[in-house]
Design a protein around this ligand. Sequence first.
Ligand code: FES
Ligand SMILES: [Fe+2]
Length: 344
Amino acid sequence: MFLKDCWQVAAFAKEVGRKILPRTLAGEAVILYRTTAGTPVAMLDTCPHRFLPLSLGTLSADVIQCGYHGLCFNRHGDCVKIPGQDRIPPTAKVTVFPIVERYGFIWIWLGDASMAHESTVPNFHWMTNPEWVVSEGYHHINAHYQLINDNLLDLSHETFVHPHTIGNHAVAESPLTVSEGEGTVIAHRDIMNCEPPPFYVKVAGFSTRIDRWHTTIFTPPGFLVIENGSVPAGMPKGEAREKGIARERRVLNLITPETETSSHYFWGIARCYDLEDVELTDYIRREVARTFDEDKLVLEAQQSRLGANKITHFPVTLRADAGAVRGRRLIEAMLRGVSADAAE
Ligand code: FES
Ligand SMILES: [Fe+2]
């Protein structure tokens, strides 16, 4: 069961063009394309006639033609042509989803279209804000999206999963504090006076001990902004910022469920220093992709152990799980809200 009355990322904007892009999003088979005027369109990937996926058809001008009996649909999902007959049955219609192009993404609303307001698209301005530079990427993960949320709400795993890039023993040893905002869970960890992990030596230029922090801000169903930074050990953040030696980033994680056992993971690492350094941007992209490959391995192994079984409870819960547990509670409450509304 997925949350549908919310904006979710369907694709990077640059992925959607004049070629039909089929993608399963929160259990719905969808196609994405752009009209000749460049307007993005998202509709159900099912012909209402005999259910052939429309992704097996063709796009010409602004019309999708089904590849079975040739019905043609415009960007509003209306049937505009039936070969061999003039009368178009009113049921010959394809569901079209509200979408918004913003921050370099195509956002889709898979639920009740009357509730879709552009003003509620989650704020990921860093992706396109000229004061930041982003190294971005995508991972397809064969795991339930909440396993990825759990992963990002408890970064103690960096110590064990990412010792070659962003982790060292100090991460898991540092306590986590968790709080809740309006519809969000905030998990914060200060890692004081630690050796800089390998990634920090290379991309932040630190060679002596550092104070480091992570603040993960989670908004359901799968948005996690990690405010992440480091300063020379013992130096107040304000002073390091003034001297231009604080190294601060936003790790932007946008997860859209695909099925009950797979997810789309869009990510970006935004930094506000060395903006012109293209090599650094590429280096961060490669290193973070490698780091997330390590997460993918863990997440897919977890899912493979679970199979199609849903998690009903965790036999062991640790202090470090506090953020992930609250994140799951938030989603459960929202899903119950959806069910309660539907039952009325
Ligand atoms: S199945 Fe699409 S036209 Fe018949
Ligand atoms: Fe990780």
